[in-house]
Design a protein around this ligand. Structure first.
Ligand code: DGL
Length: 274
């Protein structure tokens, strides 16, 4: 039994490409459909109600592309919309928070641990709730770093601006943590700056490989894996395909074949008042 339908992946912008890249390495034969909601990025500064509505719209758009599984490649959307998507989408859905937390606990079983992410993802306590389930009683310091997403979207991931932003937010962690969860899929793009500021002894946990592993396991146990395939990719964005292509290509290290511009209609939101 094999299932040749694509895997759907969405993020607010280019950040989720870090997850797409990990899934591609883990599952070279699967077709992937990526949606970057570039018209509405950033998500991390918006309310839970708005992010849940955007996430629902994105998920429905990808469901219309006949996907077999949805990967929410965005911590903010995972924190704010995962239960709704699990309940209402009618497809298997994976988020990025739980795989990231499990990986962190495995890599850094003790000692001071921190998570950095958007205001939205840090504000609602989603990371603390998941960590409490995975390793009860473990303390976690959360730090929102709102300037990291625009820096990544602009491709400004090294140099003076990136270094200053890293210093601004992460000074309180320097010398005081053993590991930091990169709780935003845009942040691996700033990994080199973060690591050079915090020091090589601090483990940076990028959830993308854990998410890719979880995707492979879910496909295998549900009989949804594709047979030998070409590993096709299709990219959609809600605005500025040219900028997405340039910045995304730099991060992926390979060409992004013509991102298609789409309008996502805010229809049939099932999560209450929209
Ligand atoms: N990449 C996203 C995340 O993981 C969202 C960034 C944003 O749009 O603010 O949270």
């Amino acid at each position: 039994m094999s299932d040749s339908r694509p895997i759907g992946i969405f993020d607010s912008g280019v950040g989720g490409l870090t997850v797409l890249d990990a899934i591609r390495r883990e599952l070279p034969g699967e077709d992937l459909v990526y949606l970057g909601d570039t018209a509405r990025v950033p998500y991390g500064t918006r309310s839970a109600r708005v992010v849940a509505r955007y996430s629902w719209n994105n998920a429905c758009f990808l469901r219309d592309q006949n996907i077999k599984l949805l990967v929410v490649a965005c911590n903010t959307a995972t924190a704010m919309a995962l239960p709704l998507l699990h309940e209402r989408l009618g497809l298997p859905v994976l988020g990025v928070i739980e795989p990231g937390v499990r990986m962190a606990v495995e890599l850094i079983p003790e000692g001071p641990l921190a998570v950095i992410g958007t205001r939205g993802a840090m504000g609602g306590g989603a990371y603390n709730r998941v960590l409490e389930q995975v390793q009860p009683g473990r303390a976690l310091t959360s730090i929102p770093c709102p300037l990291f997403v625009p820096l990544a979207e602009e491709g400004l991931t090294s140099g003076i601006l990136a270094a200053e932003a890293v210093r601004l937010y992460l000074e309180p962690l320097r010398g005081h943590v053993r590991g930091v969860i990169l709780g935003c899929t845009h942040y691996p793009l700033l990994k080199a700056e973060i690591s050079s500021f915090l020091g090589p002894e601090v483990v940076l946990v990028d959830s993308s490989t854990a998410v890719a592993g979880e995707t492979a396991r879910l496909l295998a146990r549900s009989g949804l894996a594709a047979g030998p395939g070409k590993g096709g990719e299709r990219y959609f964005v809600t605005d500025a395909p040219g900028a997405f292509q340039v910045v995304g290509q730099r991060f992926l290290g390979r060409a992004i074949a013509g991102p298609e511009l789409v309008d996502i209609q805010p229809l049939n939101y099932p999560g209450g008042e929209s």
